[in-house]
Write a protein that binds this ligand. Structure first.
Ligand SMILES: [Zn+2]
Ligand SMILES: [Zn+2]
Length: 83
């Protein structure tokens, strides 16, 4: 099951499960849309994979498959380079 992380790794903004501005890579690194477009150019700074819009989980499924509460914040990785 996809981990729905609660925040952007770059700017730590809240990304609740129903957020429409969350993007995610295949390793579940999670960012907000403005960081993805403004700083990351659609590429995950951790793995180099593409960032795509995170699908929203239906509210009826969130009780059985709750969103992750693990906040990941790695602003040093968000400069737009992979160095
Ligand atoms: Zn962000
Ligand atoms: Zn990634």
């Amino acid at each position: 099951v996809l981990k729905l992380r609660p925040s952007c790794e770059c700017c730590d903004t809240d990304l609740p499960p129903e957020a429409e501005n969350a993007v995610i890579c295949s390793f579940e690194c999670t960012f907000c849309l403005s960081c993805s477009q403004g700083k990351l150019f659609g590429i995950c700074p951790n793995c180099g994979g593409e960032l795509v819009r995170r699908p929203r989980r239906p509210a009826s499924k969130l009780s059985k498959f709750p969103a992750s509460t693990e906040r990941v914040h790695k602003p040093q990785g968000c400069g737009g380079t992979f160095a």
